[in-house]
Design a protein around this ligand. Sequence first.
Ligand code: NAD
Ligand code: USQ
Length: 383
Amino acid sequence: MRVLVIGGDGYCGWATALYLSNRGHEVAILDSLVRRHWDMQLQSETLTPIAPIQTRLQRWKDLTGKAIDLFIGDINDYIFLEQSMLQFQPAAVVHFGEQRSAPFSMIDREHAVLTQTNNVVGTLNLLYVIRDHFPDCHLVKLGTMGEYGTPNIDIEEGYITIEHNGRKDTLPYPKQPGSFYHLSKVHDTHNIHFACKIWGIRATDLNQGIVYGVLTEETGMDELLINRLDYDGVFGTALNRFCIQAAVGHPLTVYGSGGQTRALLDIRDTVRCVEIAVNNPADKGEFRVFNQFTEMFSINDLAMLVKKAGTAMGLDIEVNNLDNPRVELEEHYFNAKNTKLIDLGLEPHYLSDSLLDSLLNFAIKYKQRVDEKQILPKVSWRK
Ligand code: NAD
Ligand code: USQ
């Protein structure tokens, strides 16, 4: 299938583009490279030395004989997006191309506006190109489990059936996101759902949990294919950060009491879930929602697992409960459904000692690149 991966220079997108290419799909990457620019502005770098996108793609072609087309530009530029898609003629578009950090979106007004404009307008442009030129194209859009927040009832996959005053309906599951970034995903969800309804577009919203790990079969083939791994207080995410903190002897940064529970998955499952969605398109007019995660952990659980694995490797690991820079529940009910991808064939990689060992060893290998000043959180949700 011809698959356009928007955001294909990023953490999830790069691994996915190579995986789909390796599985025989005709892949193109579209990316504005703005993430590399934001890193420079924040004066932070990924743990890993990522090669320029052109070098990455040339190496992939040399190694495998498979070419991946490249379109460099911003999906907020409608003409660029339209021309790129007309040239590539995708049967499916996988859309990872957004500003994806909650702390980044909470820095100040400018960053909140940038996040919501970048994400919501980009997705809206994409919906219009699909409507006007590719009415059968399947949109596979990365959403987030954080759209749901932490309700005191079970979280369903996108929809909930409610009985009210003797009447019954199946409605979009209520959304209570926890940052202006997470809110941008909710706005996207509503726009895509509406477009499916009025124009008959087919779309799958993948409400993904927090991704951990770095190696996939393809990105591990060569140093020039290495994926990014963020550890800084803005773009770094919980488990990845803890492993890198452990590697450099920094106390693990648990925010607040650490009872926050989240849904997580291995990056090897991210790429597989996207493949499953691409290979099983939504029907015309269908807005399908899959919860894309494999396990749920509290932040304390994650810190304890890293401490245990690191201690077994001879690392000396402390856990610090920092004042929580975010406004979020620290003790709450959290139970989300995730059967739809499994029913379609996902065989999860559960978090294991061997994965933690490999992630810790990976972090140790690159630890001289860590700037410890970037580890503590600097962005507060409060004024
Ligand atoms: P990332 O920052 O590593 O990659 C995003 C890529 O999109 C970057 O290469 C960036 O340059 C590109 N991009 C951003 N805005 C663009 C625009 N307007 N036009 C073209 N390209 C643009 O992020 P990631 O971790 O790979 O996340 C990818 C997607 O998955 C995001 O939508 C994110 O919300 C979602 N997601 C990520 C995680 C996670 O743990 N990393 C978890 C759940 C959902
Ligand atoms: N946390 C800590 N210590 C840290 C970092 C985070 O305790 O050093 C806590 C946060 O307070 C929060 C939880 O861990 O309660 C998750 O934070 P995170 O930074 O790992 O993840 P989050 O901000 O939710 O965002 C990440 C991705 C985002 C994606 C989301 C999936 O950056 O793109 O949408 O995970 S989810 O969390 O399911 O919404």
